[in-house]
Design a protein around this ligand. Structure first.
Ligand SMILES: C[C@@](CO)(OP(=O)(O)O)[C@H](O)COP(=O)(O)OP(=O)(O)OC[C@H]1O[C@@H](n2ccc(N)nc2=O)[C@H](O)[C@@H]1O
Ligand SMILES: Nc1ncnc2c1ncn2[C@@H]1O[C@H](COP(=O)(O)OP(=O)(O)O)[C@@H](O)[C@H]1O
Length: 314
């Protein structure tokens, strides 16, 4: 009989990369009794990544430090404490694993715009689930992490998957879309964030007759199946557009500039205020980016590609 063996983590530090998302279509139905809206959306994960470096601790402490690569929208901050959604994700996983001594120092390098409609917080939550599961030897598979992800936020489960996927329910049920091709995007960010809850509330005010069951347009699925960027550009849609424009009218000008500069399609990303423009090629994306940057209305103009994978250890 020797001394009891204490299980120690196999690794002491992991790095996880996690993408942003856009909604190629966002069908929104009438608000449910629980306050959420039924959605019929197609998510695409795009090549704009946050990176989380997570170091194990054995004293049950969870800390977070955030380094942003850009100026935050006015009046906006990313919490560096228990309110950070990456910390909430780690806490939830720890409860699921049932060991209060599990701890971690989480360092987030933020590249995804904050409060921009690109799910940056949700992405960090998905990354923290994947990273801490590895670090703590949790042994949970993606299917086990999904319910935890859904508890953290409606679009967290998609960030575990990535690619192109249909989102149903309140956005948390995710099924992959058979799709072909890669797409070139240009994003125009804003110096002012938009609250998701405020945009949904404005949607309710503007749409008392919203359908109970929203639908994904066939044209969009067909465009993705065919890998046809021109058809995809024509099929982009977002039921939150009027609500976002009602709160931020100047976004209409940005959409117009991109379309006049030849974008195949333009759409507000999720609840906004980031706007997304589809280009036919890398060169076309550069032309669009220059046209958008020259107006000076965007905080930043970013070229990107999609689809890419979800949260991954690197
Ligand atoms: C609009 C979307 C489109 O993908 O993306 P973002 O623009 O935030 O990136 C999502 O629905 C955002 O999902 P997420 O940001 O995870 O929302 P949650 O944390 O679950 O909810 C925040 C708030 O948004 C509202 N909400 C969210 C989802 C939903 N289907 N109906 C809602 O009404 C509720 O008021 C809720 O309190
Ligand atoms: N790790 C995080 N990254 C970004 N925002 C976070 C994070 N944790 C909490 N938040 C809070 O979430 C809100 C922004 O959420 P975010 O996911 O960036 O926007 P959106 O829902 O528009 O995609 C802000 O109020 C921010 O303070």
């Amino acid at each position: 009989m020797g001394t009891p063996v204490r299980l120690v983590p196999v690794v002491t530090r992991v790095t996880v990369r996690v993408p942003a998302k856009i909604n190629l279509c966002l069908g929104v139905g009438r608000v449910r009794p629980d306050g959420f809206h039924p959605l019929a959306t197609v998510y695409q994960a795009v090549d704009l990544h946050d990176e989380l470096r997570i170091t194990a601790r054995e004293d049950g402490e969870l800390s977070v430090a955030v380094h942003t690569e850009f100026d935050l929208p006015e009046g906006m901050s990313v919490p560096e404490g228990p309110d950070n959604i990456a910390v909430r994700a780690a806490q939830l996983l720890r409860e699921r694993l049932g060991d209060p001594d599990l701890g971690a120092d989480i360092a987030i390098r933020k590249v995804i715009p904050v409060a921009g409609g690109m799910a940056g917080g949700s992405a960090d939550a998905a990354a923290a689930l994947v990273g801490c599961n590895e670090l703590w030897g949790g042994g949970l598979g993606r299917a086990d992490l999904e319910p935890l992800a859904a508890e953290l936020g409606s679009d967290v489960p998609f960030l575990l998957h990535g690619g192109n996927a249909i989102g149903g329910g309140r956005g948390e049920t995710v099924s992959p879309v058979l799709a072909r091709g890669g797409y070139h995007w240009v994003f125009a960010t804003s110096s002012e964030g938009l609250s998701t809850a405020a945009v949904y509330a404005e949607f309710d005010r503007l749409n008392p007759g919203a359908p109970e069951v929203p639908e994904v347009p066939d044209e969009l699925i067909n465009a993705l199946r065919a890998g046809d960027a021109h058809a995809l550009g024509r099929a982009l849609s977002n039921d939150l557009t009027d609500a976002s424009l009602s709160l931020r009218p100047e976004l209409a000008d940005t959409l117009e500039v991109g379309l006049e500069a030849g974008a195949l399609g333009a759409v507000i990303s999720g609840s906004g205020p980031t706007t997304a423009f589809l280009a036919a090629s890398e060169e076309h994306a550069l032309d669009l980016a220059m046209a958008l940057a020259s107006t000076g209305s965007a905080a930043d103009v970013i070229q990107s590609r999609g689809p890419v994978s979800g949260a991954r250890l690197v």
